[in-house]
Design a protein around this ligand. Structure first.
Ligand SMILES: *[C@@H]1O[C@H](CO)[C@@H](O)[C@H](O)[C@H]1NC(C)=O
Ligand SMILES: *[C@@H]1O[C@H](CO)[C@@H](O)[C@H](O)[C@H]1NC(C)=O
Ligand SMILES: *[C@@H]1O[C@H](CO)[C@@H](O)[C@H](O)[C@H]1NC(C)=O
Length: 606
C-alpha cells in the first residue's frame, strides 16, 4: 500500500514536471562528494546519444571523450568500430570519475576531460551541444578558474568536467556498482528511465532526489551495465546514402584533415561521381561545373603555399619522366625526373596528397626531405609533389639489398641520430605537432654524404585528434596500441624508430620471410631482466659491425635505446628528446674507444 502511494506521488511528480513552469534552477554547479564515503576514483559510464552531423561516427565521439573506440563499442554492444552511427543511437561512454577538491570547503565529483577550443566554441556551446549537457558552463568555469570565458583562444586546452558519481560504500554493499550518468530528457519519466536501465524508480529518487528537471544529469544506480540493443548493421548498409557518408567520413578521418573542407570536397566528389554515373551524356554541363568547383576548392586548400613553392605544369613533369615511364620509378608511385638540369623525385598521388603539402609547408629541418614544388591535375584528380632528389636512395635498400655496400657502425649511428633529430623536430617544434605515422627504413632517404632525411609525410597527421579508426602504416613498424586501439601519439613514431634501430644494429628486415616482426623476435630474446649471455647479443648484431673495430658499448647502448623505444606501454617509451640525448652518448662512446681500435669480438671474448 505504501509503495503504491509512493508511485502515485512519483507519477504526480512527473506530471508536474512537464506541465508546471520551472521555478527552481537545475543543478548546474556540480555534485558534491565525500571522500569518507566513496572511493577517490572509479570507473563509470555516461549514457550518450550520437547526434548529427558531426557525431555520427564512433571516431569523433571517442575523440571527444578521449577514449578508444573499442572501450565505447564493448559496453555499447557495437559490433563494428567503423560503421556509421544513426541519429540518437545510444552509447555508453567510459569515464574515470574522481572526487576533486575545488576549494577548501567543497569536493566535487566529475570526470576530467581535456578539450581543445575550436573556432566559435564557448563553454556553453561545448557543454550543451557537444557534451549534451553532461556538464554545465558554470562547472566548467569553476574548474578552470584561470580562464576568461569571454576570451577563449583557439587551440587553448580546457578541462570539461563531466558529471559522474562513484557509488558509496553502502551502495556497493547493496550491489549498486555503477551510477550511470544520464541527461534527463523532456520526454523522460523516472519510471521510463528505471525500466530502460534495469533500475528502480525508488533507487533513482534515493540518489537524485525527486526534483528532476529536463537536462539535469541524473545518476542511475545499477548493479551491472544494461545491454543496449543496437540497430543491426545490415539495415544500415542497405541505406546507400548513409554508407556513402560513412565512406567520406572515414576518408576524412583517415587523412586526418581538419574536417569540414575535405568533407565538403569529398561530398562534391561523391556527388560528381554519382551524378556522372547516373546521367552520363545527359548533363555534361552540370558535371563540368562540379569539376570546376572541385578544382577551385583544391586550389583554395593549397593557396597558402603558392608563394612558397614552385607550381609545376603537368606537361613539365610528364616530360621530365618520359610520360611517367616505368623506367623512372624509384619506388611505388615516386618517379625520378630531370627538370632544368637537376634531378627531382616526383610523387604522383590522388588529390588527398594536399594534406602532405599542408604538413610539409609547416616544417623546415635539415633532416626532413625538402619539397620543391607541386602540381595539381584536376582532370584526373591527381596531385604531384616534387621533392629534392637524394642520391643514395633509401635506408632500406642500403641495409637490405645484398648488392649495396655495407654501412659502417659509425655511419649507422649517424643515420640514427639524423632520423632522431628529424622526428624530435616534428614532435616538439611544430605547431600543432606533427606525427609521421609511417616511420620505416624505406621512408628514410640518404643524401650524397650518407646523411639521413625523413620522407613521405603522406600518412602524417598534425593536430589534436588522439584516436583514429582508419588504421594505416606498415607491418613490422606500427605500434601495438595503434593497431589495437587506434591511439595516435608521438610515441607511435618512437616505436617505429625503435624498429629502425633494430634494423641498423642487426642488418635484418623489420619483418622476416616467415612474417615475424623483428621487434617481436628481439623482445623474446632481450627483454628479460636477466643478463643475456654475450653470444646471444653477438648473434643479433650484424656481422659487418662485428668485423669492424668499434665499441660494443656503443652498440649495446643503441640496443638499450631500442628496448626502451619498443616498450609496450607507450607512456613508458622515451620521447625523441631523450632518444637524441641517449644517442649522442652512444656517439661519444664510439669516439672514446675507436682510438684504441678494439674489436667487439675481442671485447666480448674477455
Ligand atoms: C542542453 O540543454 C539545453 C537547455 O539548457 C537545451 O536547449 C539543449 O537542447 C540540450 N542539448 C542537448 C543536446 O540535449
Ligand atoms: C585575451 O587573451 C589574450 C591572449 O590569451 C590576451 O592577450 C588578452 O589580454 C586577453 N584579453 C582580455 C580582455 O582578457
Ligand atoms: C546486441 O545488439 C544486437 C543487435 O545488433 C542484438 O540483437 C543483441 O540482442 C544485443 N545483445 C544484447 C546482449 O543485448
Amino acid at each position: 500500500m505504501k509503495l503504491l502511494f509512493f508511485y502515485f506521488i512519483l507519477h504526480l511528480h512527473n506530471f508536474f514536471q512537464i506541465s508546471s513552469p520551472q521555478t527552481l534552477p537545475r543543478n548546474t554547479t556540480g555534485h558534491a562528494c565525500n571522500l569518507n564515503q566513496t572511493t577517490s576514483s572509479c570507473q563509470t559510464y555516461a549514457f550518450f546519444r550520437a547526434m548529427g552531423p558531426n557525431q555520427l561516427d564512433l571516431a569523433s565521439i571517442s575523440d571527444l571523450f578521449s577514449v578508444s573506440r573499442a572501450t565505447i563499442a564493448k559496453p555499447s554492444n557495437l559490433t563494428s568500430l567503423t560503421s556509421p552511427l544513426v541519429p540518437n543511437q545510444a552509447l555508453f561512454i567510459p569515464l574515470t570519475c574522481t572526487c576533486n577538491s575545488v576549494n577548501t570547503t567543497t569536493n566535487l565529483s566529475y570526470a576530467k576531460l581535456n578539450y581543445t577550443i575550436k573556432k566559435d566554441d564557448t563553454f556553453y556551446i561545448v557543454s550543451t551541444n557537444l557534451f549534451h549537457n553532461l556538464t554545465t558552463y558554470q562547472l566548467v568555469e569553476t574548474v578552470n578558474p584561470t580562464l576568461v570565458p569571454i576570451n577563449l583562444t583557439i587551440g587553448q586546452d580546457v578541462i570539461f568536467p563531466i558529471f559522474c558519481k562513484c557509488p558509496t560504500k553502502t551502495q556497493l554493499q547493496n550491489q549498486v556498482n555503477y551510477l550511470i550518468s544520464y541527461v534527463f530528457q523532456p520526454f523522460d519519466t523516472i519510471s521510463s528511465i528505471a525500466s530502460r536501465f534495469g533500475s528502480t524508480a525508488t533507487s533513482i529518487v534515493e540518489v537524485n532526489g525527486d526534483d528532476i528537471r529536463p537536462w539535469d544529469t541524473v545518476f542511475v544506480p545499477v548493479s551491472q551495465l544494461p545491454e543496449l540493443t543496437q540497430p543491426s548493421p545490415t539495415s544500415l548498409s542497405s541505406d546507400k546514402m548513409s554508407a556513402r557518408r560513412g565512406e567520406v567520413i572515414e576518408l576524412a578521418t583517415g587523412l586526418g584533415v581538419c574536417g569540414v573542407l575535405l568533407i565538403w570536397i569529398g561530398g562534391l566528389w561523391a556527388y560528381r561521381e554519382y551524378s556522372w554515373k547516373e546521367e552520363v551524356g545527359k548533363n555534361k554541363n552540370g558535371v563540368e561545373s562540379k569539376k570546376l568547383e572541385v578544382e577551385v576548392s583544391l586550389m583554395a586548400d593549397v593557396s597558402d603555399c603558392l608563394d612558397k613553392y614552385k607550381v609545376y605544369k603537368l606537361e613539365e613533369l610528364s616530360e621530365a619522366t618520359d610520360g611517367f615511364d616505368e623506367r623512372w620509378v624509384i619506388q611505388g608511385s615516386v618517379f625520378k625526373g630531370y627538370i632544368d638540369g637537376k634531378w627531382y623525385a616526383i610523387k604522383k598521388m590522388k588529390w588527398n596528397a594536399c594534406e602532405e603539402l599542408k604538413i610539409l609547408q609547416k616544417v623546415n629541418h635539415g633532416n626532413l626531405v625538402i619539397l620543391e614544388g607541386f602540381c595539381i591535375d584536376p582532370d584526373n584528380s591527381n596531385c604531384y609533389l616534387v621533392y629534392e632528389y637524394l642520391e643514395n636512395g633509401s635506408l632500406y635498400t642500403r641495409l637490405h639489398d645484398s648488392k649495396a655496400e655495407r654501412l659502417s657502425w659509425r655511419k649507422r649511428l649517424r643515420i640514427a641520430l639524423d632520423i632522431a633529430n628529424g622526428l624530435q623536430y616534428i614532435h616538439e617544434h611544430t605547431i600543432p605537432r606533427v606525427i609521421h605515422k609511417d616511420v620505416k627504413s624505406s621512408n628514410i632517404l640518404l643524401d650524397a654524404h650518407m646523411r639521413a632525411k625523413i620522407a613521405n609525410f603522406g600518412l602524417a597527421k598534425s593536430g589534436c585528434n588522439a584516436i583514429t579508426r582508419h588504421i594505416v602504416g606498415t607491418q613490422g613498424y606500427v605500434a601495438p596500441e595503434y593497431i589495437s586501439d587506434g591511439i595516435v601519439s608521438t610515441k607511435m613514431d618512437v616505436f617505429s624508430f625503435g624498429v629502425i634501430l633494430l634494423e641498423l644494429v642487426s642488418g635484418r628486415e623489420a619483418v622476416n620471410e616467415e612474417g615475424k616482426a623483428l621487434w617481436v623476435e628481439f623482445y623474446e630474446n632481450f627483454n628479460g631482466n636477466d643478463e643475456k649471455p654475450n653470444h646471444k647479443i653477438t648473434e643479433f648484431i650484424d656481422d659487418t659491425i662485428l668485423r669492424e673495430p668499434c665499441s660494443t658499448d656503443s652498440v649495446k647502448n643503441v640496443m638499450s635505446i631500442a628496448i626502451a623505444s619498443l616498450h609496450r606501454d607507450p607512456s613508458r617509451r622515451p620521447s625523441m628528446v631523450d632518444i637524441v640525448y641517449a644517442l649522442c652518448k652512444s656517439d661519444d662512446l664510439l669516439t672514446d674507444l675507436s682510438e684504441d681500435g678494439f674489436s667487439p669480438l675481442q671485447v666480448l671474448a674477455r
